[in-house]
Design a protein around this ligand. Structure first.
Ligand SMILES: Cc1cc2nc3c(=O)[nH]c(=O)nc-3n(C[C@H](O)[C@H](O)[C@H](O)COP(=O)(O)OP(=O)(O)OC[C@H]3O[C@@H](n4cnc5c(N)ncnc54)[C@H](O)[C@@H]3O)c2cc1C
Length: 494
């Protein structure tokens, strides 16, 4: 048999890599033929790859990587408006920048959008991504109406949120959202949209920066304020019901709520950041939401060493405590991580790697303050580049691999950035030991960013969901065709 050429793939963290053969298909017929062809080789393993923005091994495999050509699987297919409600249907390889561009020009947006432009619909659906809006609007799953997915045998299922419980369509809906590409290949998806500005006017975003506890920081009070403000927004959205989707929210409701903490020698400092869409308004840009400007590129590079991160965080956040609010254009607000992406690309062009570890720990409410105090002590000699916190309600559906399955709590993300892997071994050790504490406190490490957790501890965190996921996989993909480096760890029997 001819030797297959293998290509090197890298995760966004620039630490995880794999070599694999590549199958590229440009339409559904070719995809079906490729899947059936692989069925003849029972030991073949296929890893679906979208935009390749995963931080860990979610889109890495060492046998064959499946690439869907954007010409056949991308693009926004339709923005449909009926009886005041709107939906968007997009191919799996459509980028979120394309989706936002097609919807925002008429004043509609998806409730949840990730922070990188070229991340794809298939990739985020398979990861059930979250955003600053998830506290009020839920994670991505809550805005997905339906999607089509091709299974290992080449058949296509139209999975729907409103399919009867127990039906194949519903089980695939619950399993493949956040299912990390282990059940089949998502072809396209339809999302509900919400109106955020007057028809025909591109929305802007108003953000309020609220420094908390500058005269004595306490984790308990800080987290409670974050939870209170998130629930305030969530209750307002729920009380409005269908109206919350059809018209901009009433003034004063900030429905994107997140928090950030930075540790300096004087002790931790915190800030709660709340945003809402607005129609018009004079731009008063925040440097954070200004795109990949030279200042941002300089800041990203400086933040790759600890002192630079300390100085950068302190000055940046002090600026925002003085300025207090901004009004930004929609795209640079939504895709604010583009500054980081551009910095990665610039280092690559110089032959260097901007390596990072970003890990999200989801903690039950009662345990979160204690966990954060442990994080503070453990990072005393190694300050993170960024520490962000969200409050997330428990999932509405029963998604098997979700960190918020039956768990409302705080999602604490620790990020470390460096050049060429400096600090990364020590960071990995730190994140692994914090993961053990997170598991012992009844929490889970999210599977969407880095997953520096021992395999046994990881499986224990997802034990209930894994029983369901394995059963569905045995039914839909009995030969175990679809896999990747992270699923191998989750499903392995080691
Ligand atoms: C700059 C940046 C910003 C980010 N912002 C956020 C954020 O705001 N919120 C958040 O939650 N995460 C965020 N992430 C993480 C990122 O959104 C997820 O890792 C996302 O899954 C990446 O999607 P992708 O298109 O790059 O797909 P990939 O990384 O290629 O794949 C992701 C997973 O989806 C599967 N997959 C991809 N396409 C398909 C398909 N068509 N059918 C079946 N399975 C498929 C893959 O097998 C893999 O398991 C960010 C990452 C970066 C680098």
């Amino acid at each position: 048999m001819a030797k297959r050429e293998r290509r090197l793939f890298r995760a966004y963290d620039e630490m995880h890599t794999s070599r694999a053969a590549v199958v590229r298909v440009s339409d559904e017929g070719a995809l079906r033929r490729a899947l059936r062809g692989m069925a003849a080789h029972p030991r073949r393993r296929l890893t679906v790859r979208g935009g390749g923005y995963s931080l860990d091994a979610q889109a890495l495999g060492d046998d064959t990587v499946l690439e869907l050509a954007p010409e056949g699987f991308g693009g926004v297919r339709e923005v449909a408006v009926a009886r005041g409600r709107a939906t968007v249907t997009a191919g799996a390889m459509a980028t979120w920048a394309e989706v936002l561009d097609a919807t925002a020009r008429e004043g509609w947006v998806p409730p949840n959008t990730v922070t990188g432009r070229d991340i794809t619909v298939g990739g985020t659906l398979s990861s059930d991504c979250l955003s600053r809006f998830s506290g009020a609007w839920g994670k991505e799953a809550e805005s997905i109406e339906r999607f089509r997915i091709m299974l290992a045998d080449g058949s296509v299922v139209c999975a729907r949120a409103d399919a009867p419980a127990g039906s194949l369509e519903r089980r695939v809906f619950d399993g493949a959202i956040g299912g990390l590409g282990g059940l089949g290949v998502v072809l396209d998806a339809t999302y509900s949209l919400r109106r955020v500005s007057t028809p025909g006017r591109r929305p802007r975003v108003r953000t309020y920066f609220d420094p908390v506890g500058w005269h004595g920081f306490g984790w308990e009070a800080f987290l409670e304020q974050l939870r209170y403000e998130t629930l305030h927004a969530r209750r307002a959205v729920q009380a409005l019901g269908a109206k919350a989707w059809r018209a901009p929210l009433p003034p004063g409701i900030y429905d994107a709520v997140s928090a950030t903490v930075w540790f300096r020698d004087m002790g931790p400092r915190g800030m709660i950041i709340s945003s809402r869409h607005v129609t018009g308004g004079k731009l008063q840009r925040s440097p954070l939401y200004s795109g990949p400007t030279p200042t941002r590129l300089f800041a990203e590079r400086s933040m790759s060493c600890e002192i630079g991160a300390d100085v950068g965080q302190t000055s940046f956040k002090t600026l925002h405590t003085l300025k207090r609010w901004s009004v930004d254009a929609l795209e640079p607000f939504v895709f604010f991580m583009e500054g980081n992406v551009a910095a990665h690309q610039r280092e690559q062009a110089r032959g260097r790697r901007m390596t990072s570890s970003q890990q999200t720990f989801v903690l039950p409410v009662a345990q979160a303050a204690g966990f954060c105090a442990e994080v503070e002590a453990a990072t005393d000699s190694m300050h993170p580049t960024v520490l962000d916190v969200l409050y997330l309600p428990a999932d509405r559906g029963g998604r098997a691999l979700s960190p918020t399955r039956d768990l409302a709590g705080f999602a604490v993300t620790l990020a470390y950035q460096s050049l060429d892997g400096a600090r990364q071994p020590a960071v990995r050790r730190l994140l692994r030991s914090l993961s053990l504490r997170c598991g012992a406190l009844g929490g889970r490490v999210s599977l969407v960013k880095n997953v520096h957790v021992g395999d046994r501890a990881l499986r224990a965190m997802y034990a209930d969901g894994l029983v369901e996921y394995r059963a569905l996989k045995a039914e839909l993909d009995p030969a175990g065709l679809f896999t990747n480096g992270l699923l191998d760890r989750l499903l392995g029997d080691g």
